[in-house]
Design a binder for this molecule. Structure first.
Ligand code: ZN
Length: 155
């Protein structure tokens, strides 16, 4: 835990507005630490500039409130949605895809890309268990008629 805190991983405007208690339990807290140690910190280090977490841990009611997938790894503290603080997503995305070639992760998702393929935000996910359980999938997600559709990304 170098560049990120549990606080910024659990903070949520939607939770505050709707008075949802988004405090992680001890298991989720442990997962949050793994997600930061294995994904967010190394990505932040390679990118070299500030990154903000737009959505990290989501308790069940928060996940429902934001329209997350019913089995979302956000509910276990094992995923984070990120954006570059300076708004330059093209550069962050390129760095993350480069990082992905040589590191372990479960999923990286390019969410709601524009017509140039640049994400609206990036989802990074970790899986509990051994190194082998990491699937190293890079996907593109688009919402069509209110439903998320996923495609495998190929560079
Ligand atoms: Zn996500």
């Amino acid at each position: 835990m170098r560049y990120f805190t549990i606080e910024e991983f659990t903070r949520s405007d939607t939770a505050s507005k709707r008075k949802i208690n988004n405090t992680p339990d001890v298991h989720s807290k442990r997962n949050i630490v793994s997600t930061i140690d294995y994904l967010l910190d190394p990505i932040r280090k390679q990118y070299g500039k500030p990154i903000k977490i737009t959505s990290g841990y989501r308790c069940k009611s928060l996940n429902t409130a934001v329209g997350g997938a019913s089995n979302s790894s956000h509910m276990y503290g094992l995923a984070a949605d990120i954006k570059p603080s300076n708004g330059d997503m093209a550069t962050l995305q390129a760095k993350v895809l480069e990082w992905a070639k040589t590191h372990l992760y479960d999923q990286i998702i390019i969410e709601q890309p524009d017509n140039k393929g640049i994400a609206s935000w990036l989802h990074v996910g970790w899986r509990r268990g051994s190194d082998r359980s990491q699937r190293r999938q890079v996907l593109i997600a688009t919402k069509v008629n209110g439903k998320w559709q996923y495609k495998v990304f190929s560079s």
